[in-house]
Unconditional design. Sequence first.
Length: 182
Amino acid sequence: MNSTARKATTKMLSNLVARRLTSNNSYWSAEVNFDKNTKKERRIDFVSFKPYTPDIVVEPTSVELGTFACYEVKSSMADYTSGNGLTFYGDENYLVCTSEFAEELWQKHMAGEVKLPTGLGAILCPDKSGTRLYRKYDVAATKYHGASHRRRPASEMLWAICQSHDYSRAGVYRYKEVKEDE
């Protein structure tokens, strides 16, 4: 895949993740940094938070019992094996890629040629219409992968989301959809 096609694919997948998170009424941000200015610094493509609200009631434990989801977007095998990304710190962790790449990755994983990242829960791909993401492979449910759980406190995760926001002068978050011509 050439770099122009790779960029276009990454933009398309990123826009689908943003649409999914917005429609799920999650608090979220793109390009979320953890352990900034340390040797362990990592950036996650998208991190979202949904508070725990039983019976649609906010409780004192709504933040601590809330769910954090991490999404890493990969457009090709070269992108996947580049050493960038593939950081999963959430309660739910998703790899987002094209259906073709997901099949290639899964086949190589099953053949022992490629390892899936620790903590990965599912591989999401665009549907045939290209308007939403669906779960192509449920990695956490297989015997080949262990279950994940969040090891970082909610306060750290929320702070990282807040630090990654793009705020206007009015202090309102704006998500800028990635345009194909940018």
